[in-house]
Design a protein around this ligand. Structure first.
Ligand code: ATP
Ligand code: MG
Length: 509
């Protein structure tokens, strides 16, 4: 007797966009109750492979079998019907609807086959599915009121309500708190125990190792290796991903900070958000801000950039007070801000790279009459593309929505770099980008700082803060709770200072 067919077999998938082949024969298998990690550099083809599995795109060649049966979904609905659920990074729920309506929106149970919606059946079923994901919420709660982590659990409940056999997670942890991540991992273990197969895409390689039994590595649209997490290990994964080994990911900076202050924040206060916050950043200095999600770290950045109000205190850039800050005034004073939410605030998805790149520096590409000079736009954005090592230099005819997630981020960073800011505020600058691109971003930050700019760096990754900062400040519940010089960096001490009283932290983010 032959062994039972695997849950999923993918063989030789090819896919081209606009005549350019981006998947060159991708193959892998997945067993019941198994979690397979899918890793690779930005643009290596992870999301495209999953879009094919999820019925979003059609393959040009190759076969897929689900439990031995040919599988070729014509659209996402067909994938769901076959038991394949795709939890996208940007979740697909309707914020203005309740949880139960989101669960049943395209699948309302009818009463006795009649076109009357059976509310009580919906409610009961929603309750059951919420219980399966350990979410203690009323089915009538509007989704808009849920945190990112809770929305993700609702998506998983939705997948379970459609009898998913396989659940794909594309970068599931990027906007979750640490507690939510732990909860998600617990749930994934439960799903596996029920025999559900998991495909897990992430740039957080430690997470991949923790969650997955096996890992498949993609490079340039082809599988370059598959192995068990135990055999591979993170360093080997990285060298498979980038085709070289990376020993020190943080490049050295040679020039020390200069004596003059670029930023001086004095007694900044806003009830419930910030409490008498005072600090400076010198020219040529990177100050890291360590704090848990909701500690006020992003809020502080937003106040400095004029996005959020503050009631008391002052902000000065190179000795000049920034009065009533607005983003326009902050930019005029030489501040650039890479927000945490790149998709929401950073990019015009339907526009080409070039237009996005010059968005923050229109004046520098205008001619003497103040008109936008197309040639200058193209030249400037091509230089930008090289600086951040974008995957393409076709800046005028590549739409941002056609770039991979990581390359989209590089466009946002590049857009601000073109302004040569005096103070660059970076909120989670390397979220969602691969190790190779991370190193690029670190190199860019260092070059900027060596040229005399100041950087305020916010990151959830303590290694990143310690690797790049000259000083680290910790923030908790809107208050600075500690300061560390590079020579005294101590992981435990920093994390402890950042977590002071954090259990009671209740700052909306
Ligand atoms: N709809 C599309 N049209 C044109 N090109 C596309 C489209 N979708 C993806 N691509 C291209 O396919 C390649 C693979 O992209 P994909 O999104 O699969 O990468 P990824 O591995 O998910 O990267 P990331 O880690 O950045 O999310 C990239 O070169 C991307 O520009
Ligand atoms: Mg992707």
């Amino acid at each position: 007797m032959s062994p039972p067919a695997p849950l999923l077999l993918v063989e030789g998938i090819r896919k081209s966009f606009f005549g350019v082949e981006v998947l060159h024969g991708v193959s892998f298998t997945l067993g019941r109750g198994e979690a397979l990690g899918l890793v690779g550099e930005n643009g290596s083809g992870k999301s495209t492979s999953m879009n094919i599995l999820g019925g979003v795109h059609q393959p040009d060649a190759g076969t897929m079998l689900v439990e031995g049966q040919p599988y070729r979904p014509a659209d996402p609905g067909a994938a769901i019907a076959a038991g394949i659920a795709f939890i996208h990074q940007e979740l697909n729920l309707f914020g203005n609807l309740t949880i139960e309506d989101n669960l049943f929106i395209d699948n309302f149970p009818r009463r006795g086959g009649l076109p009357f919606i059976n509310r009580s059946a919906i409610r009961k079923s929603t309750q059951d599915h919420l219980a399966q994901v350990d979410l203690d919420l009323a089915p009538t709660t509007p989704v808009a009121r849920l945190s990112q982590g809770e929305r993700q659990l609702v998506e998983i409940a939705k997948a379970l309500s459609r009898n998913a056999r396989l659940i794909i997670f594309d970068e599931p942890t990027t906007s979750l708190t640490r507690r939510e991540v732990a909860r998600l991992f617990g749930l994934v273990a439960k799903l596996k125990a029920r025999g559900i197969g998991i495909i897990y895409i992430s740039h957080a390689l430690d997470d991949v190792m923790a969650v997955c039994e096996r890992v498949t590595v993609l490079r340039d649209g082809a599988v370059v290796g598959t192995g068990t997490s135990r055999d591979l290990g993170v360093p080997r994964l990285i060298s498979l991903m980038v085709g070289r080994s990376i020993e020190t990911i943080f490049p050295q900076r040679t020039a020390p900070p200069r004596p003059s202050d670029v930023l001086a924040v004095t007694n900044l206060g806003q009830p419930g958000v910030a409490e008498a916050i005072t600090f400076t950043i010198r020219a040529g200095e990177v100050v890291g801000l360590a704090g848990l999600m909701g500690s006020g770290r992003s809020e502080l950045a937003r106040m400095i950039f004029g996005l959020d109000p503050f009631r008391s205190g002052t902000i000065a850039v190179e000795g000049v007070e920034l009065r009533d800050p607005t983003p326009a005034r902050a930019m005029a004073a030489g501040i650039a801000f890479l927000t945490e939410d790149r998709r929401g605030e950073g990019l015009l998805m339907e526009a080409p790279i070039a237009d996005n790149a010059v968005l923050a520096s229109l004046r520098s590409v205008a001619n003497a009459l103040g008109l936008i000079d197309g040639k200058r736009v193209a030249a400037a954005s091509r230089t930008m593309a090289q600086k951040v090592r974008l995957s393409t230099d076709r800046v005028e005819d590549t739409l941002v929505k056609h770039l991979s997630g990581g390359n989209q981020q590089k466009v946002v960073i590049g857009k601000w770099l073109m302004r040569a800011p005096r103070l660059f505020i970076l909120d989670e600058p390397t979220r969602g980008i691969d190790v190779g691109a991370k190193q690029e971003v670190y190199r860019i930050i260092n070059a900027l700082v060596e040229a005399g700019s100041a950087v305020l760096l916010i990151s959830s990754e303590i290694e990143e803060l310690m690797g790049l900062s000259d000083r680290i400040l910790t923030i908790s519940r809107g208050e600075l709770t500690g300061g560390f010089d590079r020579l005294d960096f101590d992981r435990e001490a920093i994390m402890t200072a950042a977590a002071v009283g954090a259990d009671h932290a209740k700052v909306s983010s």
